[in-house]
Design a protein. Sequence first.
Length: 400
Amino acid sequence: MQAPDALLKNATLATMSDGYGLIERGAVAIRGGRILWAGLEAEAPAEAAGLPARDLGGALVTPGLVDCHTHVVHGGDRAREFEMRLEGASYEEVARAGGGIVSTVRATREASEAELLAQALPRVDALLAEGVTTLEIKSGYGLEREAELRMLRVARAIGRKRAVTVRTSYLGAHAVPPEYRGRSATYLSEVCLPTLEVAAAEGLVDAVDGFCEGIAFQPHEIARVFDAAKALGLPVKLHAEQLSNLGGAALAASRGGLSADHLEWLDDAGVAAMARAGTVAVLLPGAFYTLRETRLPPVAALRAAGVPIAVATDCNPGTSPLTSLLLAMNMACTLFRMTPEEALTGVTRHAARALGLTDRGVIGPGMRADLAIWNVAHPRELAYRIGFNPLLERMVGEDA
């Protein structure tokens, strides 16, 4: 629901300002869709005390969750490929056989804007039902001008149809479409980069992404995309080091990238580059799980270097058909050995940073009143339980 002017009392606050930032017997004052004040209930200022009071009965309040890496807009499904992988086919083998991203491209190109929206909304609703208040959505399954623009328009429409902030990422450099096979440079020149210019002119793009991998684009090709993004004043991010180490994370960091995502093959040089640039590491345990990967992202090295670590669903039809950010948190803990505190930070403060957003992800004065209210005693329970949703209520604030 939209956050009303109120003083939320008798709550446990996980402000996420520094670790959990726990405040027992806390309160949050909301006015005009923004957080006016947060702290111990007994210390509420007079301006907060004058707001309509609401007793939360000891419930936990966290910032609204942020899913900072999704592909929720797409046509069709890839359940057959799920079977193929279980029968022994690798990610690369599926892709080279005409499956993978290209199979979703066919289904997405065939779908109308209305059809794409109708297919995406149930996935979005599942995420919102678990406390998500900010959602990143990528293009990248069109790989032709009109289909890419259609995906981005649907993403914007989701932000109008639902009470959620949508941030879009243009992912034209996701794969080389069949009609350009073996001519990746030509595809970039004729389709990807011109479409980016049109999408930016129409106000459809918040950031620019790419897939730096042997089955997608090489670093020098991604550099072309990043140069075009810079010329348009758009921030960049990158799918990097998922299947091999091509130095994509370091490339993204060298361009001031908001994030580098996946990172199972990230090396020490990449970690150091990200630390210097302040680039967020976005870990995607759903894809790791679905692909049955065995090489873990270097969480300990990222942690030691002070690289912010975010967690996201990577909701997509092929490698992470996951619409539960709570389950992604659990997977980050069980598979990647992150702590519950790191996982919650990864879907609040650090996830907001991965999108370049500074007005959410923590509970504090001046922040958007994007809040999630939970029926749990301690925030560690959010990453602990499997297949259980303790959300009581989701509140969405307003821009200043």
